[in-house]
Design a binder for this molecule. Structure first.
Ligand SMILES: Nc1ncnc2c1ncn2[C@@H]1O[C@H](COP(=O)(O)OP(=O)(O)OP(=O)(O)O)[C@@H](O)[C@H]1O
Ligand SMILES: [Mg+2]
Length: 251
């Protein structure tokens, strides 16, 4: 096995020469990047540079104009709908506005993916839901409605739902936005714990420099739709690239 094969095997997500956009306007330009197994990868860059668009490509919410995207080693741009849906069960998604359903309790919200995608009996589902809520430190809130939770608890509940089917890959878009620094730090701790204890691969988009410094191992920095830098957090900080240095100086 040569070096390139080894790298490909370790990549949970691999993007090659991705160019895409909305209507006529090009947003992502020849992006090549990868996210490695059991690492926390952060996608960074100024507002509007294309971070959310890139993340959404990983779950095929958009089709590339050019280039390829591999998820778990499979080219998702060349996959039929059934095959892709099966793969999608292996991806947990925590989007900023991925709101919980307000008319349902926390436990009922977390049960949704299990009810939709498995035929497990009710009592097993409810046990699995309690295990997920326990992992998030939320057992005591299982019967509450989302409106009765604090911002940090709502994020944890949404995380429990995203992880209901035990996906090996978790995608997060601004998971800590709107949270105070202490709540942010505890959500960061939880994300690191998921990686350490469950071996989950995490790809997160964030603006929060303190949070990125706590959790990110691999950094993908975009500038106006182009890849400016990819490497470790330590390499990013001493990259000598002014935009990146300014970004970390904010923290
Ligand atoms: N659905 C859409 N239709 C048309 N243009 C869009 C759409 N979504 C995003 N864009 C444009 O694409 C560009 C990249 O947007 P994107 O949301 O990916 O940026 P971002 O890096 O996530 O920004 P932010 O940090 O503010 O969330 C922006 O110019 C945005 O206006
Ligand atoms: Mg965004």
């Amino acid at each position: 096995m040569d070096q390139q094969d080894r790298t490909m095997n370790l990549a949970m997500v691999r993007v090659q020469d991705l160019t895409s956009g909305y209507e006529e306007s090009e947003v992502l330009k020849e992006i090549t990047m990868s996210a490695r197994r059991e690492r926390i990868t952060a996608i960074l860059g100024a507002s509007g540079c294309g971070k959310t668009t890139l993340l959404k490509h990983f779950i095929r919410l958009y089709q590339p104009w050019r280039g390829s995207i591999h998820l778990f080693g499979h080219d998702i741009t060349a996959m039929d709908e059934n095959e892709f849906n099966r793969l999608l069960h292996k991806v947990g998604v925590l989007f900023q506005n991925g709101a919980l359903l307000n008319s349902m309790s926390v436990a009922e919200n977390v049960a949704i993916p299990l009810e939709q995608h498995t035929d497990l009996p009710r009592e097993i589902i409810s046990r699995l839901v309690q295990v997920k809520l326990g992992l998030m430190g939320l057992n005591y809130a299982s019967e509450r409605l989302p409106s009765e939770l604090s911002g940090g608890m709502r994020k944890r509940a949404a995380l429990a739902r995203a992880l209901a089917l035990d996906p090996p890959l978790l995608l997060c878009d601004e998971p800590t936005s709107g949270l105070d620094p202490i709540t942010t730090a505890s959500l960061d701790e939880l994300i690191v714990k998921l990686r350490d204890q469950l071996g989950i691969t995490v790809i997160t988009v964030s603006h929060d420099v303190a949070s990125i410094q706590r959790i990110a191992e691999h950094v993908v920095f975009l500038d106006k739709g182009r890849l400016l830098f990819e490497g470790s957090l330590a390499q990013a900080k001493k990259s000598g690239i002014q935009l990146i240095e300014e970004f970390f100086a904010k923290g």
